[in-house]
Design a binder for this molecule. Structure first.
Ligand code: ATP
Length: 320
């Protein structure tokens, strides 16, 4: 992905609401065929940026170019190239899932047998086969996400922009979503996906963009936060044991890669120096082989805010 041509370019975007800068000079490229994670806390400016990328909103200044077309001047072409999946969708109460997709397929300019074939393809891809006759309004969160995905895919977009698509999904729906992302990337679709949770996107993205207060604060390939040495790649694990809690403390204090950070009634929280599933599995095995009766071993997800704080701290230290 590294050397791929940019399919989408964002240059110095600005957008103010009532005199407050929601997007404050954002620039980046999206490589063709890549999966980009767009990470930022609530209110950071993700939705506003993405709406301008999709041509749904116009910037106050700056430009978005998709396959060489300007999103403002060539809005029609850009809308054909870019699929937009908002974080909530307006469904019409009287339409079934199939009717809803058919309605949007008409809006995309698809007609006759081509329209029917495309709706069928999208239904199959998004796993909506069983839901065709169900009312489009009132679907569960996971089903509604599939419908939204199907709708966004109807015009066969080259770039798909998704606003918080994984929020609120149960583990199965999340896995289905990951698979859909992989399948779309295989088909050559470029994906741009936002979230306020780093761990939700980290695995499926080639590169990550961090936005804070309307500005890009970090961008790079997946893992670049650590590759650049900015953030130590550690993970905090909550470990519970049946009895033997003193032995657990001793074990952790005697292990070079672990730092005991908190003693709990039935266990401990400890930081492990290498955030890798394989390494963690090895450590769990060593604990069990060492005679500890581990009843639960739970690596804690790093919150976005923590990553930000670390990045910014590391930057401050480097600048001094
Ligand atoms: P979230 O994760 O909560 O959706 P976000 O990162 O997508 O947040 P935006 O929705 O882009 O952030 O909002 C950025 C800032 O712009 C926020 O302060 C928000 O209140 C403000 N904002 C966004 N849209 C509007 C609007 N239509 N009118 C006024 N202010 C707005």
């Amino acid at each position: 992905m590294k050397n791929a041509e940019p399919i989408l370019q964002v240059r110095d975007l600005h957008k103010n609401f009532n005199g407050v800068a929601a997007v404050d000079g954002v620039s980046f490229d999206v490589a063709s065929g890549s999966v980009v994670g767009f990470i930022g806390a609530n209110g950071a400016g993700k939705t506003t940026t993405m709406r301008m990328m999709a041509g749904v909103d116009l910037p106050d200044s700056g430009e978005v170019t998709v396959c060489g077309f300007d999103a403002a001047a060539d809005a029609v072409q850009v809308r054909r190239l870019v699929g937009w999946m908002p974080d909530s969708y307006g469904a019409y109460a009287h339409l079934s899932v199939l009717e809803y997709l058919d309605f949007y397929a008409r809006l995309c300019g698809l007609r006759g047998p081509e329209r029917m074939a495309r709706v069928r393809e999208v239904v199959e891809f998004s796993g909506l086969q069983e839901l065709g006759a169900r009312p489009a309004a009132g679907l569960s969160k996971g089903m509604a996400q599939r419908l939204c995905l199907g709708r966004a895919l109807l015009p066969r977009p080259r770039v798909l922009i998704m606003d918080e698509p994984a929020a609120g999904l149960d583990p199965q729906a999340r896995m289905d979503f990951k698979q859909a992302v992989a399948a779309l990337q295989k088909q050559g679709v470029t994906l741009f996906i936002s979230s306020h949770i780093l761990s939700e996107l980290e695995e499926m993205c080639d590169s990550l963009l961090f936005i804070d207060k309307g500005r890009i604060v970090h961008q790079g390939l997946r893992g670049s936060l650590c590759a650049e040495g900015e953030v130590p790649r550690t993970v905090v694990v909550e470990i519970r044991v049946a009895g033997m809690v003193e032995e657990l403390f001793q074990w952790l204090e005697g292990a070079a890669a672990w730092t005991l950070t908190e003693r709990l009634a039935g266990g401990a929280k400890a930081e492990f120096g290498l955030n890798s599933e394989q390494a963690l599995a090895g450590e769990l095995r060593r604990m069990l082989e060492g005679g500890l009766q581990v009843s639960s071993f739970h690596p804690q997800q790093r919150r976005l805010e923590e990553v930000f704080v670390e990045v910014l701290k590391a930057r401050g230290a480097a600048a001094r």
